[in-house]
Design a protein around this ligand. Structure first.
Ligand code: ADP
Ligand code: MG
Length: 348
């Protein structure tokens, strides 16, 4: 048979490249919200208010009272790889901010209609910019606005039909949004968070600035969970890590597992650690019951690689097995402590 002729290799159009890259970082409304929350926290906000419509697919709006964005930066702030946080690659070793890639706003602007209204403490008024594919659609305009930044994301994935179709359920997206903001609220009790559906006066999440971790566990996960938790901590100098958190004990089984894990203040997914710890609890809880765990790990930034994936959801760190063991030990100790009499009783 005659070989067919080879396909022609061509360079992709830049907007196509950007839209594909954006889809990797922003997979659903909850990812976008996580990026925006982290930006607000990086900007030292003490109040973060989120409003959504249709699970964030129609509208995802976040208002903070942080530093704001300088008017001069508004032209490039949504371009890819523009950031105020990272200068040299080596800075990643000591990065204190959530952001560093300068990709979140750019990505969002490639897959949604994006508006920024922002006011710094030195400017007499706020400025508004609307963006498309990384660029301002028209010159920024002065407008009324409070100190801080408001980011308005509308019609997410309007230009990515496949993604829009795969995110069929606004209810499901709303649950994921609520989950992300709830976890950040528990971890950041000095910041007041609000989540509400547009035109709904009852917020889904509301915490006050200057509350405690337990206050926020109570207001978000309920009084029963708040009553069930006790502090847990451990650290190790040679492994260069410390952990603090709250855990439910053996006397307070939960119907659903609740697991909040932060590494260096970043909400992360660590399936390995989660499974290990849930396994520990199975020895102490009735069958089919689960723990509540909120753990905040601080690991020497030089030992953590946050640059594994653009969503930064996954982080790798040195001495992972030893650290997991140490955490497991601390939790087990608390569980045996509270359950000692029962174990003794069943053994005799
Ligand atoms: P990164 O966070 O990685 O720097 P982003 O695309 O998320 O990248 O944001 C780009 C830049 O926009 C940030 O470096 C910051 O200077 C500015 N910025 C974004 N959101 C806010 C905000 N809520 N308040 C103040 N500045 C912000
Ligand atoms: Mg960011």
């Amino acid at each position: 048979a005659r070989a067919s002729s080879p396909a022609v290799v061509k360079k992709l159009d830049e907007t196509v490249v950007n839209r594909i890259a954006a889809g990797e970082i922003i997979q659903r409304p909850a990812n976008a919200l996580k990026e925006l929350l982290e930006n607000s926290l990086d900007a030292k906000s003490s109040s973060i208010q989120v409003t959504v419509k249709n699970g964030g697919l129609k509208l995802l709006q976040i208002q903070d009272n942080g530093t704001g964005i300088r008017k001069n930066d508004m032209g490039i702030v949504c371009e890819r790889f523009t950031t105020s946080k990272l200068v040299q690659f080596e800075d990643l070793n000591s990065i204190q901010t959530f952001g560093f890639r300068g990709e979140a706003l750019a990505s969002i602007s490639h897959v949604a209609h994006l508006t920024i209204i922002t006011k710094t403490c030195t400017d007499p008024c706020a400025y508004k910019g609307t963006y498309e594919d990384g660029k301002l659609k028209e010159p920024v305009k002065p407008c009324a606005g409070n100190q801080g930044t408001q980011i308005i994301v509308e019609d997410l994935f309007y230009n990515v039909a496949t993604r829009r179709k795969s995110l069929k359920s606004p209810t499901e997206e709303h649950v994921k949004i609520t989950d992300v903001i709830s976890k950040y609220a528990v971890h950041n009790p000095s910041v007041g968070f609000t989540l509400r559906k547009q035109n709904d006066s009852n917020p889904d999440v509301k915490t006050s600035p200057n509350s405690t971790h337990v206050d926020n566990i109570r207001s978000i996960y309920g009084n029963n969970v708040a009553k069930a938790v006790e502090p847990v901590e451990t650290s190790d100098e040679t492994l260069k890590f410390s952990m603090k958190g709250y855990m439910s004990n053996a006397n307070h089984p939960m119907k659903k597992p609740i697991f909040l894990l932060f590494i260096n203040n970043r909400l992360v997914d660590a399936q390995g650690l989660r499974k290990t710890l849930e396994q520990v609890y199975t020895l102490y809880l009735p069958k089919g019951m689960h723990p509540f765990l909120y753990l905040s790990l601080n690991i020497d930034p030089r030992n953590v690689d946050v640059n594994v994936h653009p969503t930064k959801h996954e982080v790798h760190f040195l001495h992972e097995d030893a650290i997991v063991d140490k955490i497991k030990g601390a939790i087990e100790l608390k569980l045996t402590g509270c359950n000692a009499s029962r174990i003794f009783y069943t053994q005799t």
